[in-house]
Design a protein around this ligand. Structure first.
Ligand SMILES: Cc1cc2nc3c(=O)[nH]c(=O)nc-3n(C[C@H](O)[C@H](O)[C@H](O)COP(=O)(O)OP(=O)(O)OC[C@H]3O[C@@H](n4cnc5c(N)ncnc54)[C@H](O)[C@@H]3O)c2cc1C
Length: 386
């Protein structure tokens, strides 16, 4: 067992850490206020190779392993969680399934522009009436010549309006249930795709999230991902992998909250000494950091397992569940330890508290992670390591 990061992993982590500290953190509060999508920052991220982390080098990507990717997302989220989610989405729920399930022709067509960051991507799973129960989706597709036409509405689509290629799930006929669902790559820059105004969100305010309507939206024949009728398998495999990114994003938000609170508790004095000199405060900080470390190493292990070729559904769901719930406990404690100042927009923990809230909701709520884990547990006699 070796807990040391490799040379490339350390190099990428340190490079992204510096970028997040110098370039993301200073403007995160202002972007949260304005809600503007930071196109200039995404251009720089593209130049750094961070918008094609998981794509092979022959398609213009950086060809990183999943742990290096998780380290990069963690560091970005430490600087600005809104930026981190946009990066995570284009890498993990768009480029990863295209790399894994796309035809050679499709990969050559869309991956180079995505991986170089010339265009962003995303995924369209959720619908206004179908969230956790994905199989109840109503967006339909039908064959049209050698391609397809999609009709329906997708809700809460990250990078909508600022991205171009989206993995989109649709059903041949809702009556067919999961077996009727296929996965496509949709070019959102066509007249049949209408992007609605951005959602007015509690947090992650400078990341773009919109409802999208498809009216006879065209997908070419090579836009099918995997086989027809296997869209749910594509989605589930994608979510297994993408949950690593949300777990990593949770670590970054939680680390930022611990750092801010540590600094504050050393400076702020009450009853004649710094807050950190009060044992109840110091113990709380000790607990926050211990929980963060536990979530961090479970996340890193899930990322490492994902590279080994076997199933990692359990560990990735455990990591997403633990890291996102831990991040929420940590930001709540961070606000509490800041007292009234934690409730003020002048202090970063107020934003971190709002940004963290969605982590237990998107890419599968905590309840959905528990459903996934309950299914795995039913197949086991013991959960002890083999
Ligand atoms: C900021 C943001 C960005 C997003 N980005 C994307 C994106 O890019 N692409 C995309 O496709 N989607 C995206 N989503 C959607 C997100 O994945 C869904 O919101 C999430 O999966 C939950 O679905 P829902 O909102 O419909 O809630 P519902 O499924 O209606 O759930 C409501 C509540 O009921 C609980 N619940 C549901 N069923 C059960 C059950 N059987 N047992 C116990 N509890 C249950 C849930 O856990 C939840 O607490 C985004 C959401 C947000 C907020």
């Amino acid at each position: 067992m070796d807990f040391e990061l490799g040379e490339q992993q350390t190099m990428v982590r340190d490079m992204v850490r510096e970028f997040a500290r110098e370039r993301l953190a200073p403007g995160a509060g202002a972007r949260d206020e304005s809600g503007e999508f930071p196109a200039d920052i995404f251009r720089e991220l593209g130049e750094l190779g961070l918008l094609g982390m998981l794509v092979e080098e022959r398609y213009g990507g950086a060809g990183m392993d999943a742990l290096t990717y998780a380290l990069a997302i963690e560091e970005l989220a430490r600087g600005d969680a809104s930026v981190a989610v946009g990066v995570s989405v284009t890498n993990s729920v768009c480029q990863w399934p295209i790399s894994r399930f796309g035809s050679e022709k499709l990969k050559e067509k869309v991956l180079p522009a995505l991986a170089r960051g010339e265009v962003l991507g995303g995924i369209m799973l959720t619908e206004p009436q179908a969230g956790s129960d994905l199989a109840s989706m109503r967006t339909t597709y039908r064959r049209d010549g050698d391609g397809y036409r999609l009709n329906g509405s997708k809700a809460w689509i990250t990078n909508a309006g600022v991205g171009r290629f989206f993995v989109a799930l649709a059903t041949r006929d809702p009556a067919e249930g999961p077996r009727g669902i296929s996965a496509f790559v949709l070019d959102a820059q066509q007249p049949g795709v209408v992007v609605h105004p951005p959602e007015r969100k509690m947090g992650l305010r400078s990341s773009r999230t919109c409802m999208v309507t498809m009216e006879e939206a065209r997908v070419e024949a090579d836009g099918l991902l995997g086989e027809e009728g296997r869209g749910m398998q594509v989605a589930l495999a994608t979510l297994d992998h993408s949950r690593l990114g949300i777990a990593a994003q949770s670590l970054g938000v939680a680390q930022a909250a611990v750092d801010e609170t540590l600094r504050y508790c050393k400076e702020r004095e009450q009853f004649g000494r710094p807050l950190i000199e009060h044992q109840a405060v110091a113990f709380r900080l000790a607990d926050m950091n211990t929980e963060l470390e536990a979530a961090r190493w479970l996340t890193y292990r899930a990322a490492w397992l994902s590279e080994r070729g076997g199933r990692y559904t359990r560990t990735s769901a455990e990591a997403k569940l633990l890291a996102s719930e831990t991040a929420n406990r940590i930001v709540a404690a961070a606000v509490q330890l800041h007292g009234g100042y934690g409730y003020s927009r002048e202090y970063p923990v107020e934003r971190l508290y709002r940004d963290a809230r969605v982590l237990t909701i998107y890419e599968g709520t905590s309840e959905v992670q528990r459903m996934v884990l309950a299914r795995v547990l039913k197949e086991l006699d013991s959960t002890a390591p083999a």
